[in-house]
Design a protein around this ligand. Structure first.
Ligand code: TXA
Ligand code: MG
Length: 317
């Protein structure tokens, strides 16, 4: 884990954008303004950068992240955009709308971005500084709101520094966010369904789809989208906190153990998080023999790793 870092404050000019893009391309974390709230950005194709996003936020679980792109054309490299989803994209992008779309095979996005799911949340933001940064970085940028887990979303760079100063490499300062509320999230089931109300009014969406938007009943609490998901689990049975390996088992190791695959031989939780989904997919792909998993320390990113492993190991139908 990195010691406290000095968080650079970058101005909203060509030099600031160039520095932010350079840091992002190197796998560092940069908070940037969008019209909704400030995002905590990292290269969405870089497992280690994405793991550090979760670490910086102190998230107790791997909720999937939103991938930010500069244009609809760029979106089509990573996700399937057709039917009603395409109509919504044409109507509201760039803007405060996030669409959950089928992931394209071979997209190159880190498995950690989508928390191992076959879908990915994508947004084309409208903020000019965000757009310049995305174009100059020329990578898909994963970004949750730039607040520590459990705190409110930041709408100024001061909020970002208050919450994440010392934990990220830089903040690109674009002043206050115009909307100040997160994007509206719409999933495709396959027709549009509201997953999170936000900065784009539901009425506008209903005009675009010429009818009511499927959503929760009145009075029912809105579940966080991440909780609605059936979480990724391999086919093979899994046994956690395995101190030793039984005959016929494969070991997903952590620390200095001999293993089929090792999340982090040196016991580094950021490295382990970065490898988690890719290794679960690999084990799933390679066979059905039961999977034993080494104990993972339950602090820092280890809490999120254990949360996800418990879901993956839970009894299923
Ligand atoms: O305005 C916003 O949306 C801001 C800016 C930075 O873009 N971002 C933001 O991200 O609010 P975050 O991580 O705080 O919220 C993203 C939500 C999470 O609740 C997550 O569960 C949901 O999006 N989500 C992401 N990928 C998903 C997927 N594949 N399926 C369902 N929900 C997903
Ligand atoms: Mg948030």
């Amino acid at each position: 884990m990195k010691a406290t870092i000095k968080t650079e404050r970058l101005g909203a000019d060509a030099a600031g954008v160039a520095r932010a893009a350079e840091l992002l391309r190197a796998g560092d974390l940069v908070s940037f303004p969008t019209e909704t709230v400030y995002g905590l950005g990292g290269d969405a194709t870089n497992d280690h950068a994405v793991a550090r996003i979760y670490e910086a936020k102190g998230r107790p679980s791997f909720n999937p992240l939103i991938v930010h792109l500069p244009s609809i054309d760029a979106v089509e490299e990573y996700a399937v955009l057709d039917g009603a989803a395409r109509d919504l994209a044409m109507a509201f992008w760039p803007g405060p709308l996030t669409l959950v779309l089928p992931l394209k095979p071979g997209s190159g996005l880190s498995h950690l971005v989508s928390a191992g799911l076959p879908t990915v949340a994508i947004r084309v933001p409208e903020h000019p500084l965000a757009r310049r940064l995305l174009e100059e970085t020329a990578r898909p940028i994963a970004a949750p709101s730039a607040n520590p887990s459990g705190r409110i979303s930041p709408s100024t760079s001061e909020h970002v520094i208050d919450g994440l100063g010392g934990r990220i490499e830089a903040v690109l300062d674009g002043g206050a966010c115009a909307v100040g509320l997160e994007s509206t999230i719409v999933g495709m089931a396959p027709q549009p369904v509201l997953l999170r109300p936000g900065g784009l009014p539901i009425e506008a969406l209903e005009v675009a789809i010429a009818g009511p938007l499927a959503r929760h009943q009145e009075g029912e609490s809105i579940t966080a989208p991440g909780q609605l998901l059936s979480h990724y689990a391999p086919n093979a049975p899994m046994r956690l906190n395995a101190e030793s390996v039984a005959e016929g088992e494969r070991l997903l190791g952590f620390g200095p153990v001999e293993a089929t695959l090792n999340l982090s031989p040196s016991g580094d939780l950021v490295e382990a998080a970065a490898n988690l989904f890719a290794m679960l997919h690999q084990l799933d792909h390679d066979g059905d023999d039961p999977i034993a998993v080494s104990p993972i320390p339950d602090h820092g990113l280890g809490r999120a790793i254990n949360d996800r492993l418990r879901r993956a190991a839970a009894p299923r139908d």
